[in-house]
Design a protein around this ligand. Sequence first.
Ligand code: ARG
Length: 446
Amino acid sequence: MKLWEKGINPEPAIIEFTAGRDRKTDLNLTKWDIIGSMAHVIMLQEVGIIIENEKNEMLKTLHSLFLLAEDGGLVIEKDIEDIHSQIEKEMSSILGTTGKKIHTGRSRNDQVLVDIRLFTREEIDKLAQIIQKLFTKIQSLSEQYSEVLLPGYTHMQPAMVSSFGLWFGSYAECLADDILLLAGARELNNRNPLGTAAGYGTTLPINRKRTTELLEFDDLLYNSAYASLSRGKVELAIASALASVAQTLSRFSMDICIYMTSEFRFIDFPDEYVTGSSIMPQKKNPDVFELIRARSNMIQTLPNQVAMLTSNLQSGYNRDLQLLKQMIFDAFGDVKECIEIMFLMLNNIKIRKNITDNPLYNNIFSAEEVNRLVKQGIPFRDAYKAVSEMVKNSPFSKTTLSDYIHEGSIGKLCNNEISAIFNKRMNCFKSRSAAEIEAKMMQYVK
Ligand code: ARG
């Protein structure tokens, strides 16, 4: 059964190809499709398009479908295209004529838009919590190892003195910026497209502000044609935010892979957390971090994929947009899995002390030798020249944490300030769960 069937039997191969993976992908949207329908039904009754009794029957049936979905019992049947069609089919077969009224004043185009936005809002909020957990872990490692020195690199050459405090703390501050991008994507996402119908509105006297309030959006998407155009735009913002988180994970993983090598040996993990080789008995491989790096690098291609998919589409709905769902939904799962495993690994990280005692790293103190002369009144360039001559013998005395007094240096990490920025940006990720919003809708059964 297709919602748009008009007496001609569609060719099965065409239906299979156009439904694509939607029968599976759309299951992510089931609960939200039901909740969107509940808001629509409540509004239809309030504006007088359906009567009280019809609203009650529809809400009760939608509620039973919600419970079925929660138990995993609601599937998209073989000859049904997508979740919107499946739910409309259930409504008509359970309620007959009343069920057939559910699609009044809406289109699958605004329905899928609203479902994606509600699902995405929840995913963003869940992801933010997971990022917060990782942020807290990295900051506590920064504090715990704030006094353990580390060579800092530029051009992959030992450059200046750094510390584990500074290194961990740098990735925490990365996450503080990633969370701002996620908050921006969330704000863009949290507007209501319901009621824009196929993209050009409807002559029925619907109340779009009411569904906006019921679905707990910040505001509505006003222009109906923009609602269609926004599909792809909001995904681009989300993809960019996810790519930014992925960039942090990828660079962090790369550092860890290098620091684990026998040449560096800055850090280590217990044997249970590394992998071995089938042929080389000595190997302790960082496969987890290599895979985080690979998956994160793939996520970084996502904004490009979204941009390419939408780049030559005429305004209005085009079926191409359907493929955005899978891309974005999978990416949320990937980022979450990478963060969870990163968290587990960091819980078990072992830090080597006294790394900078190795004569190999003597020259990382040369720049501070220059500064010592500068403090004695010697012009910087002259001091630089004098110290350059000493580099071969590297007789430099080691700087200590207390020599660094400015913000953001190894002596003054400012983790509290970074944490305050992070926490302020976390304030927005507070949507209510599907179950809570559904329970609220059911209070409209009279
Ligand atoms: N599966 C479709 C999608 O995700 C739903 C909207 C279908 N609309 C249409 N006009 N064919 O885009």
